[in-house]
Design a protein around this ligand. Structure first.
Ligand SMILES: [Zn+2]
Length: 98
């Protein structure tokens, strides 16, 4: 699979293994895998969606299995890393400084 990223980079999955294909499971999917009788790691089912990351710009492309346009594209947001928001056990939101 070759994907032309919006940044101009070509994301290729022709090498195996590679650093662009991500295995992203929901917690329910992963729970189902844990409960399977799997002896060979190659028998682990693929996630329901294919996820690729552009090594240049870090955009994330999400596909349903097979070919076709991505169902979602995520662009990395700039973040200073100096503060973040946290939710307390009581449910209130507070800003934390690093
Ligand atoms: Zn890119």
């Amino acid at each position: 699979m070759r994907v032309y990223c919006k940044c101009g980079n070509v994301i290729s999955t022709t090498q195996c293994p590679n650093d662009v294909e991500l295995r992203v499971y929901t917690d329910k999917e992963f729970d189902g895998i844990i409960n399977m009788d799997i002896n060979d790691p190659l028998d682990i089912p693929r996630p329901n969606q294919d996820v690729l990351i552009c090594p240049e710009c870090k955009r994330i492309y999400v596909y349903n299995h097979g070919y076709g346009p991505p169902i979602a594209v995520y662009k990395l947001e700039e973040w200073s890393g100096e503060s973040y928001f946290d939710i307390t056990e009581e449910g209130s939101v507070s800003k934390k400084e690093l």
